[in-house]
Design a protein around this ligand. Structure first.
Ligand SMILES: [Zn+2]
Ligand SMILES: [Zn+2]
Length: 508
């Protein structure tokens, strides 16, 4: 057997699973505890990224009677079970891996026998799966039910270590895998100087600032609702912010943008919104890592970074971005809080001051299920200027013929007019709910709700409907890149590609 060398070049595996699937899986793996192990083949999907590989759990190919030896305390996969796994590889585009438990209080680290098993399966599965990766994980629990795990993924000749597992449920957990080197240390995370987070610690406990420092939050849209959310997440000292916005700062943004200064109004050429947001974060929390993209979330490079976020705040209020965020939530198991605002006035009197928050997550209704996106809207947003003109002309010609022109052109949408106090309110709520999901300290009251600042009891309206069972979002939960064909939108050819910025770059 070939010895297994885990690569140490910085590439890694990130593992994502829903809380409900993890519960079921652990019940299966620990059902012979404390003395005996158990295991199962499972199906997963994946995305090869610039930082390594994302592995998303799909389901267990549970052992049936005779698949594993019940009389042995160890896990041994019998030939019939292995044939079932190989057949699964031949039936569709998903990967197949192995997960097994080690007895209570023992280390979840591979034994010699595990090495033999993994090098055998890696070769066989790569061959039957036409080069698909192979994943192997080990879990163990101690008498206090504390869970530990390790894992590795074989892909294109390399073994990549599993570094983290993100568990997506009411609470968003980021669990660190055990490595050979740190297993026996069992040390707690180093305590951080807590003066700036003293109130949070007093309110929720010492674990709270540490969890936030381990978190990665994506913010798509860095202006109206995005910039106040970024502002507060920086003050919470979040570990990493992935910020995405294609736009440049305009004087009309200044009233809502938490990151701009008066001096920025006269800078020529205008700074990007991402650059301003990066500066804001750097000035408040230099330890927060900033990964900024001047570009769009439809860009594959941007998606590479969004799929390693604990959660994403959608702060764009556009149809195509909302649709894409819905896809990311169900395909890549990345929960999204979608923030929106709307203001309407007549003759100097405000008629609407609406804020809205919706959650997209695996199993929940997507923006299509909720009627939150329109195909017309996406068509307009992703069209070239020439296409827009052509459609407008076609519509005018149709009207002249006495035919409804709306089939060609739904008209130019009116500009969204909002002012800072409302965008800041909703952005701050988004940052607050994000922190609570990371800490498990409060639930989102509804998966979607609206309120109006000008009405009695804030006129809260909720939408607690379930997902439509026939919607695409329910068919391929966790299918990662293997659900590519089911994506709602893709990057239009005429859009420029994303440019990455880092903490220390200038304003452009
Ligand atoms: Zn083992
Ligand atoms: Zn749906």
């Amino acid at each position: 057997m070939k010895p297994i060398h885990i690569i140490q070049d910085g590439r890694e595996t990130l593992w994502r699973i829903t809380e409900a699937d993890r519960e079921k899986l652990l019940r299966l793996l620990f059902h012979r505890y404390p003395d005996s192990e158990w295991g199962t083949f499972f199906r997963f999907c994946y995305r090869r990224t610039r930082w390594g590989i994302l592995v998303t759990w799909v389901d267990a190919l549970k052992p049936e009677s005779g698949d594993l030896d019940r009389n042995s305390p160890l896990v041994e996969f019998r030939p019939a079970y292995i044939r079932r796994a190989l057949t699964a590889l031949e039936t569709d585009a998903l990967g197949v891996g192995v997960i097994h438990s080690h007895p209570q209080d023992s280390a979840p680290l591979p034994s010699r026998a595990d090495d033999d098993m993994d090098s055998y399966f890696a070769g066989e599965f790569e061959c039957f799966g036409n080069g698909r990766p192979y994943a192997s994980l080990i879990v163990a629990r101690n008498a206090d039910r504390k869970l530990s795990f390790s894992g590795r993924v074989f892909d294109r000749g390399d073994w990549l270590p599993v570094k983290n597992c993100l568990v997506v449920g009411e609470q968003l957990l980021r669990e660190k895998a055990r490595q050979e080197s740190d297993f026996f240390a069992f040390t707690r995370e180093p305590a951080v100087d807590g003066a700036t987070q003293e109130r949070l610690t007093q309110l929720l406990g010492t674990h709270a600032p540490q969890r936030l420092r381990n978190a990665v939050v994506g913010i798509v849209g860095c202006s109206g609702t995005g910039s106040p959310a970024i502002h507060l997440l920086a003050r919470a000292e979040i570990g990493e912010l992935v910020m995405v916005d294609p736009g440049q700062f305009k004087p009309s943004n200044h009233q809502r943008n938490h990151a701009s200064r008066h001096a920025d109004l006269s800078v020529n050429p205008a700074p990007t919104k991402v650059a301003l947001a990066s500066r804001l974060v750097r000035e408040i929390s230099p330890a927060t890592k900033v990964t900024g993209f001047v570009g769009d979330l439809l860009d594959e490079v941007v998606l590479d970074e969004l799929v390693h976020c604990d959660l994403i705040l959608g702060c764009t209020d556009s149809n195509y971005a909302r649709a894409a965020l819905g896809d990311i939530a169900s395909h890549y198991l990345v929960p999204v809080l979608d923030l929106a605002v709307q203001m309407r006035a007549e003759n100097g009197i405000l008629r609407e001051q609406i804020g809205e928050i919706a959650r997209y997550a695996p199993g929940l209704p997507c923006p299509w299920c909720r009627g939150r996106v329109s195909v017309e809207g996406i068509r307009y947003e992703t069209a070239t200027d020439a296409e827009r003109q052509f459609r407008a002309e076609a519509a005018a010609a149709a009207e002249q013929r006495g035919v409804d022109g709306a089939q060609y052109w739904g008209g130019t949408p009116p500009p969204e007019l909002t002012v800072g106090y409302l965008t800041t309110t909703v952005g701050a709520m988004g940052a607050g709910y994000a922190q609570n999901l990371l800490l498990g300290s409060a639930k989102l009251p509804h998966n979607r709700f609206q309120f109006d600042l000008g009405l009695g009891l804030l006129a809260v309206v909720t939408d607690d409907r379930l997902a439509r069972q026939d919607c695409a979002c329910q068919r391929n939960i966790g299918w990662s890149d293997q659900a590519r064909a089911d994506r709602s939108v893709s990057l239009p050819d005429h859009w420029s590609h994303a440019k990455q910025t880092t903490n220390n770059q200038s304003l452009h």
